[in-house]
Design a protein around this ligand. Structure first.
Ligand SMILES: [Zn+2]
Ligand SMILES: [Zn+2]
Length: 228
């Protein structure tokens, strides 16, 4: 029902956030990252050999351009630390298993104070005890009695909103499908809704009373059947 109607929820996750101790710099309190002496902060070093000049990643700072002499103890100089976080999430109406939500900037912190990545949330919809879903249609099975099926009846059927009256015509066979237009799931993108598809199943009565049994035997005689 949450998937059908949309909901708000919270999820707990562990992710790399900007280290609070060093504020993402990676250097221990009171110190600062120093500009790499080998590459003068460029992150690359050039070597000349004959006519060629080859540029390679600086081996001292590994391309960062800075060197941390005293790494922050909380994050080992990475500027990021694992943190448990609660993320609020709005689930739109109409999602289904496999739907993917993207939360911009809720992913892991970038390197050395760089921009955060995104968080992708994959939806898994738990089965409902009564309704099934096929795309935007809602399916259900409703038991009716032999007399309702034979004589016709108006039955009340639960829907995802509340309930609806459905007219069962005389002589309805078990397995017959009725359709409630526009009573299904709202389309995730765009307007309109699917249908509710109702399959009626005729229940054969058990534990008949003496009187009921006599009447059914009488019914059988009138139809020309031989009842035991
Ligand atoms: Zn730190
Ligand atoms: Zn360097």
């Amino acid at each position: 029902m949450d998937a059908v109607k949309g909901t708000s929820t919270q999820i707990d996750l562990e992710k790399l956030e900007r280290c609070k101790e060093c504020k993402g710099a990676g250097a221990a309190a009171g110190t600062h990252p120093e500009t790499c002496s080998r590459c003068a902060g460029r992150g690359t070093v050039t070597q000349s050999s004959g006519f060629f000049t080859i540029s390679t990643t600086c081996p001292q700072c590994r391309g960062a351009g800075r060197v941390i002499k005293n790494p922050c103890r909380a994050c080992y100089g990475t500027g990021r630390a694992k943190t448990r976080k609660t993320v609020s999430l709005r689930i739109p109406a109409g999602v289904e298993t496999g739907s993917r939500l993207r939360l911009r900037g809720e992913g892991e912190e970038g390197d050395f104070g760089g921009p955060s990545g995104d968080l992708y949330v994959f939806i898994h919809v738990e089965p409902h005890e009564f309704f099934e879903r096929e795309g935007y249609d809602v399916l259900c099975q409703i038991p009716i009695s032999v007399t309702q099926a034979a004589l016709g009846a108006t039955i009340e059927v639960p829907t995802i909103d509340s309930k609806e009256s459905v007219k069962i015509p005389k002589g309805t066979q078990s397995g017959k499908i009725f359709r409630l237009k526009g009573k299904g799931v709202a389309h995730l993108k765009g307007i309109g809704r699917g249908d509710q598809v109702i399959q009626v199943l005729v229940k054969i009565p058990t534990n008949l009373t003496k009187k009921q049994e006599e009447l059914l035997k009488e019914f059988a005689r009138l139809t020309g059947e031989s009842a035991s």
